[in-house]
Design a protein around this ligand. Structure first.
Ligand SMILES: [Zn+2]
Length: 173
């Protein structure tokens, strides 16, 4: 991860001081299949380490921490040096990403666990809700930066759906 960080961000470090949270969905049916994908550590876009995320939240609300939040992992191009990644178990089944986001928003056990997790991370690291973004928003984030010119091509968590997450965060305090 330090070598990846040197190539993409210009500084050799695997350590994370999180200042953002990026929302994802897994495009898998279960938390364990998502975890296994990360555990394979196979090259992504020709580079190692493989993709991963800090947390996976199952549809029943179980929260699995995969990577400590002081270690970087590859879940979002351009922001891996500053962002915690939260994966929510959901597939699109041929529908749009917004449809998939809405399935999660409509599942109280899962989205409730996600909101509680985000709130606790916000308190711990002083992360504002404006820095809780969807993966689909990453290329437009002011903090986005990749020295190899990589861009995200993922559409999980569209802007309007991430804004709904922010609204719900504001409501729970
Ligand atoms: Zn994603």
């Amino acid at each position: 991860m330090a070598q990846y960080s040197l190539r993409h961000y210009g500084v050799s470090s695997w350590q994370l001081s999180p200042s953002m949270i990026v929302l994802h969905f897994t495009e898998s049916d279960t938390a364990s299949s998502a975890r296994n994908t990360f555990a394979n550590d196979s090259p992504n876009l020709g580079e190692l380490p493989g993709t991963c995320a800090h947390y996976i939240v199952a549809q029943n609300g179980d929260v699995w921490q995969i990577v400590p939040t002081n270690i970087r992992c590859r879940h979002v191009i351009g922001l891996n040096d500053r962002a915690i990644g939260i994966e929510m178990v959901q597939r699109t089944y041929g529908h749009s990403s917004t449809w998939a986001d809405q399935q999660i928003l409509g599942r109280p056990a899962q989205i409730g666990a996600v909101l509680a997790l985000i709130r606790s991370l916000q308190r711990r690291y002083g992360i504002s809700s404006g820095n809780v973004i969807g993966h689909a928003m990453a290329n437009q984030a002011p903090q986005f930066r990749d020295l190899e010119g990589w861009r995200n091509d993922h559409t999980d968590w569209q802007t309007q759906d991430a804004l709904e997450v922010r609204r719900r965060l504001a409501a729970i305090r």
